[in-house]
Design a protein around this ligand. Structure first.
Ligand SMILES: [Zn+2]
Length: 94
């Protein structure tokens, strides 16, 4: 006999990478391996031990702010650079 805990442990072979990829465990039914992203709420099930959480996340939800790295940054670097005027280092301040 295989216990429910054993089954979940086998499916969720990499709980730390799952969490780092933004997923939390959200089963619909006992024994379910449903996981949800806390940012975009995408639901993924039927995880394989070989699945890469980040790859699955990006594949199923390419616009997720967490996947795009925007969630943890208050001001994206690209915006900062884009709004900086060119030629700021002129000699006029001497
Ligand atoms: Zn997401």
């Amino acid at each position: 006999m295989e216990s429910l805990a054993d089954s979940l442990t086998r499916r969720w072979a990499q709980p730390a990478p799952m969490a780092q990829a933004g997923f939390y465990y959200a089963p619909n039914n006992p024994g379910d391996d449903r996981a949800m992203c806390f940012t975009c709420n995408v639901c993924l099930v039927c995880w394989e031990a070989t699945d890469e959480p980040w790859s699955e996340h990006e594949r199923h939800s390419p616009t997720c702010p967490f996947v795009k790295g925007e969630y943890t940054q208050n001001v994206p670097l690209s915006v900062t650079h884009a709004t900086s005027p060119a030629q700021v280092h002129s000699e006029t301040s001497k």
